[in-house]
Design a protein around this ligand. Structure first.
Ligand code: CO8
Length: 258
């Protein structure tokens, strides 16, 4: 169990569970929270006991955005010198799958954190959105880019320009989230799926995520070449020998992550 100031974490059956822990302000993301979050995720990424991560929020929100009180007085020079997105960018380099379990509000920076997850499971009552425009600003941690890549320009702009909330059903309809789950079952169902992934051969999981990430930005022929290299690479792993031998010997494989 890792008990930090703004984030709580534990490992359960190969799943690194991270809970944002500022429920009194709907898990508004302040800078120390980002630092703690990224350090934890980096530690889980290196931990052989962890196969996959789940991020959720304590209380009635996933996260209602960046902490408005903290940033209200910032100047552009403060922001440049703080370079807070250097931390944030490290989330995009995490090799293990990240699953977001979104309860309640995922707004602004909270929606950006959700979009930085590889899969999103959510309650039917969750609400997403980018209210930044109503504060005279705009998303700054990838929101315009990530949402547009998922929904396309027209649909993304529809929400970005008004700051209106997107319902969980709309998010599901447009492929922003994977599954809608009853609130009381959200964490249980997400953990059930995560534990399944945690039992898979870690190297294959890691290289699948890497190849799928390339598909978003690479032209098809480049992506296909990248996929092939990862496919070949897995044939140097003990888990490939074990997985294929186990199939032929009609037994369950024992994967080692090597
Ligand atoms: N920052 C700071 N405090 C917050 C935030 C926030 N983003 N959101 C909620 N809170 C606080 C409230 O101030 C309130 O505190 P207090 O009780 O001390 O007054 C407490 O949380 C509970 O909130 P409400 O009483 O407002 O609860 P409601 O149920 O009435 O409303 C809402 C919930 C609709 C979510 C409302 O709180 C709200 O509109 N929050 C602000 C949402 C927002 O504008 N988010 C975008 C922020 S800007 C941003 O995210 C830019 C991202 C740039 C990149 C950052 C990378 C980290």
């Amino acid at each position: 169990m890792h008990n930090l100031q703004f984030v709580e974490a534990t490992v359960v059956d190969g799943v690194g569970l991270i809970e944002l822990n500022r429920p009194e302000v709907l898990n508004a993301i302040n800078r120390p929270m980002v630092t703690e979050l990224v350090e934890l995720m980096t530690a889980f990424d290196r931990d052989p006991e962890v196969g996959v991560m789940v991020i959720t929020g304590k209380g009635r929100a996933f996260a209602a955005g960046a902490d408005i009180h903290e940033m209200a007085g910032d100047s552009p020079i403060d922001l440049e010198l703080l370079d807070q997105f250097a931390d944030w960018d490290r989330i995009l380099s995490i090799k293990k799958p990240i699953i977001g379990a979104v309860n309640g509000f995922a707004l602004g920076g909270g929606f950006e954190l959700a979009l930085a997850c590889d899969l999103l499971f959510t309650t039917e009552t969750a609400q997403f959105g980018f209210p930044e425009v109503n504060l005279g600003v705009m998303p700054g941690a990838g929101g315009t880019q990530q949402l547009t890549k998922i929904m396309g320009k027209r649909k993304a702009l529809e929400w970005l320009l008004t700051g209106e909330k997107m319902s969980a059903h709309e998010a599901f309809h447009f492929g922003v989230v994977n599954r809608l789950i009853a609130p009381e079952l959200l964490l249980e169902e997400t953990m059930k799926y995560a534990k399944k992934v945690a039992k898979q051969p870690p190297l294959a999981v890691r290289l699948i995520k890497e190849a799928v990430d390339k598909a978003v930005d690479y032209p098809l022929d480049e992506g296909m070449k990248f996929e092939r290299k990862n496919f070949y690479l897995l044939f140097s792993s003990e888990d490939q020998k074990e997985g294929m031998s186990a199939f032929m010997e009609k037994r369950s494989p024992q994967f080692k992550g090597k």
